[in-house]
Ligand binder design. Structure first.
Ligand SMILES: Cc1ncc(COP(=O)(O)O)c(C=O)c1O
Length: 484
C-alpha cells in the first residue's frame, strides 16, 4: 500500500534525521512554498541515534524533486520539518492514524464511485464501503447502523441537531437547555435560536466543571424540547454524568437528550441506550480519523423528528442532503473500529502519561491549579500557573504546540469562557495551558515538556515582582492596589 511505503521510512527516519540535523530551525508551513516560513525553536528531544542508511533513505525520499520538473523551487528538505514543536494539542485535532489513511486511499484511486450511483459497480462498491463504515461508527456507541447520519463534522452535527429539533417542535415547545461550557458551535446555535424567538437556559457549572442535576431538574419545563449537554469538555476534560442526566431527562415525555460527544467518542466508553441518548454528535479528526467528516446519531426508535438544514437530494434519511464523501467516511469508520479495539489500551497509556506530566510538573513547581475535575478525561490536562503572565508563557513555549486559556480575538485577549464558568479568576484563566495527550504521544515528549514548563515558569516567576513578594511571605490578596 502506498501509505505503508511512505509511512514506514517516514516513521523510521523522523527521529533519526531530527537528531542528525541538530539544528534549531523549523519549517513551520511547508505548503504552499511561497508562504513557507522559518521559525526559531528549541531543539526537540533526541529520540535515538540515526544510522547512516536511515539518513540516506530519508534524504532520497524527501529531497526536492523540482529539478526533475525543469525548474528550481526552494522548498526546504523534508527532514528539516521533523524539528517541529512537540504536539500536545490533540483536542484541537489529532494526527491521522496511518492505518486510517491506508483504508481510505483505495476509495480515492480505484474505488472512486459515487455511493449514490445505483447503475454500476463503481457506485455499488462505494455504497458498500459506506455501509460498512456506518456499522463501525454505530458499534462504537452501541447504536444501530441505520441511526447514523454522516456529516462534515461535529460542528455540523451540533447545528443540525440543535436547530433541527428546536425548529421542528417550535409550535408546542420553544425552550431548550444547554450548559455554559459547551463548545462554541453549540452556544452559537443556541444564540441563533434565541434570535428566532426560542428560549434557552444555559446551566451553570460548579467549580469542578460539573452541572448540578438539581439545576437541570428545575430548568425542564413543559415547553422544553431538547436538553443538550456535552460528554467531555474540550478545554478541561470534565466528564458530565450522561447516564444520570439521561435518566432525569427521560422522566419528562417529549424532551430529547442530545450530547456533543466530539471529545468523548472513542476515548471513553459510550452507549446510547445506557445513557438514554436520542442524539449524539461525532467528529472524525478527534479520533485519529480524517478532517471534514463526522456523524450524527439520530434515534429512529422512538423516532426523533428534526427539520433538516440542507435541502437537496434527500440523502441520509432526508436529514443531510449531499453526495457522501466515501473516502472520508471509510476513514471515519476505520478510526471508529480502531478506537473500539484500542480504547482500553489507549486509555491506560494516556492515563500513565497524564500522571507523569502532572506529577512531573507539580513536584517541581508550586502554585499550580488544575482546572476541572481530577476524575476527568486524563488526555486533557488544564493547568493554571499563578504569578505567570499567560501570553509570556505561551511565547516562551514555542517548542511545544499547546492551547491556552486565552482566546485571541481580533480586538482583545479574552480569558476562556469555560474556565470563567468554573469560577477561575481572570488572571488564572489567562495563565492556563491545555495539555492534550493522545495515542501517539511518547514518554520522551512528556519528559521534555515537563523540563520546559519547569524552566520557563521558574524563569518567568524570577522576573515577576509579585512572585518576589510571595517569596517574602507577603499575602498579596490583602494588598490594596488602588492609588490614593
Ligand atoms: C466539544 C467539541 N464539539 C465540537 C467540535 C467541533 O468539531 P468539528 O471540528 O468536527 O466540527 C469540537 C472541536 O474542537 C469540540 O471539541
Amino acid at each position: 500500500m502506498l501509505t505503508r511505503q511512505l509511512a514506514a521510512p517516514l516513521r523510521r527516519s523522523l527521529p533519526s534525521t531530527s537528531r542528525a540535523l541538530g539544528s534549531v530551525r523549523t519549517f513551520v508551513q511547508p505548503t504552499p512554498a511561497s508562504h513557507a516560513s522559518v521559525q526559531d525553536v528549541s531543539p526537540v528531544p533526541p529520540r535515538g541515534p540515526p544510522s547512516q542508511s536511515q539518513a540516506a533513505e530519508a534524504a532520497a525520499h524527501f529531497a526536492p524533486s523540482s529539478q526533475m520538473l525543469g525548474f528550481k523551487l526552494e522548498v526546504p528538505r523534508r527532514e528539516e520539518s521533523t524539528l517541529r514543536p512537540i504536539y500536545l494539542d490533540v483536542q484541537a485535532t489529532a494526527p491521522m492514524d496511518p492505518r486510517v489513511l491506508d483504508a481510505m486511499l483505495p476509495y480515492y484511486t480505484d474505488q472512486y464511485g459515487n455511493p449514490h450511483s445505483r447503475t454500476h459497480a463503481y457506485g455499488w462498491e462505494a455504497e458498500k464501503a459506506v455501509e460498512v463504515a456506518r456499522k463501525e461508527v454505530a458499534d462504537l456507541i452501541g447504536a444501530e447502523d441505520k441511526d447514523i447520519v454522516f456529516t462534515s463534522g461535529a460542528t455540523e452535527s451540533n447545528n443540525m441537531i440543535i436547530k433541527g429539533v428546536a425548529r421542528f417542535h417550535k409550535e408546542k415547545r420553544n425552550h431548550i437547555i444547554t450548559t455554559q461550557t459547551e463548545h462554541k458551535c453549540v452556544l452559537d446555535s443556541c444564540r441563533k435560536l434565541q434570535e428566532e424567538g426560542f428560549e434557552v437556559t444555559y446551566l451553570p457549572v460548579q467549580t469542578d466543571g460539573l452541572i448540578r442535576l438539581s439545576d437541570l431538574a428545575s430548568a425542564i419545563r413543559p415547553t422544553t424540547s431538547l436538553v443538550s449537554i456535552m460528554a467531555v469538555n474540550n478545554e478541561t476534560g470534565v466528564i458530565q454524568p450522561l447516564k444520570e442526566i439521561g435518566a432525569l431527562v427521560k422522566q419528562h415525555r417529549g424532551v430529547y437528550f442530545h450530547s456533543d460527544c466530539a471529545q468523548a467518542v472513542g476515548k471513553i466508553p459510550l452507549d446510547v441506550d445506557e445513557a438514554q441518548l436520542d442524539l449524539v454528535s461525532i467528529s472524525g479528526h478527534k479520533i485519529y480519523g480524517p478532517k471534514g467528516v463526522g456523524a450524527a446519531y439520530v434515534r429512529r426508535r422512538p423516532r426523533v423528528r428534526l427539520e433538516p438544514i440542507l435541502s437537496g437530494g434527500g440523502q441520509e434519511r432526508g436529514l443531510r442532503s449531499g453526495t457522501l464523501p466515501a473516502p472520508l467516511i471509510v476513514g471515519l469508520g476505520e478510526a471508529c473500529r480502531l478506537a473500539k479495539l484500542e480504547m482500553a489500551a489507549d486509555h491506560k497509556r494516556i492515563s500513565a502519561l497524564s500522571h507523569r506530566l502532572i506529577s512531573g510538573i507539580t513536584t517541581q513547581v508550586s502554585h499550580i491549579v488544575r482546572n476541572g475535575s481530577a476524575t476527568g478525561y486524563p488526555g486533557c490536562v488544564n493547568l493554571s500557573f499563578s504569578y505567570v503572565e499567560g501570553e509570556s508563557l505561551l511565547m516562551a513555549l514555542k517548542d511545544v504546540a499547546l492551547s491556552s486559556g486565552s482566546a485571541c480575538t481580533s480586538a482583545s485577549l479574552e480569558p476562556s469562557y469555560v474556565l470563567r464558568a468554573l469560577g477561575a479568576a481572570e488572571d488564572m484563566a489567562h495563565s492556563s495551558l491545555r495539555f492534550g495527550i493522545g495515542r501517539f504521544t511518547t514518554e520522551e515528549e512528556i519528559d521534555f515538556v515537563v523540563r520546559r514548563i519547569v524552566s520557563v515558569v521558574n524563569k518567568l516567576r524570577d522576573m515577576s515582582p509579585l512572585w518576589e513578594m510571595v517569596q517574602e511571605g507577603i499575602d498579596i490578596s490583602t494588598i490594596d492596589w488602588t492609588q490614593h
